[in-house]
Design a binder for this molecule. Structure first.
Ligand code: RIB
Length: 310
């Protein structure tokens, strides 16, 4: 097996819009920005991993429109192998990303060419996926493509179920780790048919998230990384469940910070680091990615100084 990372997932053009605050339903607001930046959870993770030294292959699709260029510009400059990137007739995936003055975003995604990444399309990249030491999946391509990629994986499978979509239980049970935020953890547990009651008041911070991470592990997920934004992440495998902190930064735009986390995590797992150490490194990369606008343009290279936990 080679020491490569295969990211099987989405490639988008992100239309970035800045507003003072998010609009109410029916309200019109003035905004600024309007730039098209490279995005998509899969491409973001691939770029983050490549900038941090990973040997990364992207398995995905763009359309044959004008947005394909900007969507793939950073993949190319970061040195991601695009031999398994298909061009599908029609539009490239498009995300409308609205960021407010606090750096919080709302995103609407139009799948475009990402919808062509079904089991048949993923199968065409079987060699790259089978030979990768780490395969990374997210939830922005069709279910059948995700399931086929998981079946083809012989290395370590990182499943970032974002957004959560209904996939075969076997995908979640092969995730080592499953990377989810609190909302995704809750929806994943619903998918698995597990109810986790909210912990009654008066207990410590993140008790609900701890309960969800424990339950996912108990259900049989090999390992779990439950991300907590500015509070870092819970990391669990086997019998151990610990937390890793995140450095404190002044957040300008959180878009794609979770993807930077996943890409960084994959690079360290590919190097043989422990899950906990990989997640601690990933939390620092995720924090760095909050300090500038956009997803991929905010990602650190190997030469950048990452923020320290304080
Ligand atoms: O996670 C951030 C990403 O989600 C954006 O880049 C956008 O394309 C959407 O896929």
């Amino acid at each position: 097996m080679s020491n490569t990372i295969a990211v099987v997932g989405s490639i988008n053009a992100d239309l970035m819009i800045h507003v003072q605050r998010h609009p109410q339903p029916g309200e019109t607001l003035h905004g600024s920005g309007g730039l098209i930046l490279p995005g998509g959870k899969g491409a973001n993770q691939a770029v983050a991993a490549a900038l941090l030294g990973g040997d990364v292959h992207m398995v995905g699709a763009v359309g044959d429109d004008a947005n394909a260029g900007p969507a793939t510009s950073r993949l190319r400059s970061a040195g991601v192998d695009l031999d398994q990137m298909r061009v599908h007739p029609g539009p490239t995936g498009l995300a409308v990303v609205v960021v407010d003055a606090r750096g919080e975003n709302n995103i609407i995604v139009i799948a475009g060419a990402n919808d062509s990444m079904d089991a048949v399309a993923v199968q065409e990249a079987d060699e790259v996926i089978t030979q990768a030491s780490v395969v990374v999946l997210q939830g922005e391509i069709p279910r059948s493509g995700i399931e086929r990629a998981a079946e083809l994986t012989t290395g370590r499978l990182v499943v970032n179920l974002a957004p959560v979509l209904e996939v075969d239980r076997s995908v979640i049970m092969a995730a080592d780790p499953l990377v989810v935020n609190e909302h995704e953890a809750s929806l994943t547990l619903e998918l698995l048919g597990c109810a986790v009651e909210p912990v009654a008041g008066g207990v410590g911070k993140h008790e609900d998230e701890l309960a969800m991470a424990r339950r996912l592990l108990k259900e049989g997920v090999p390992s779990v990384v439950l991300t907590l934004g500015a509070d870092g992440a819970l990391v669990g495998d086997g019998d151990s469940l610990t937390s890793v902190p995140s450095p404190t930064v002044l957040a300008v735009d959180t878009t794609g910070a979770g993807d930077a986390f996943v890409g960084a995590l994959a690079t360290r797992l590919a190097l043989g680091w422990s899950l906990r150490d990989s997640a601690a490194f990933a939390a620092r990369v995720g924090a760095f990615a909050c300090t500038a606008t956009g997803a991929q343009p905010s990602y650190p290279t190997e030469h950048d100084v990452l923020p320290e936990v304080g």
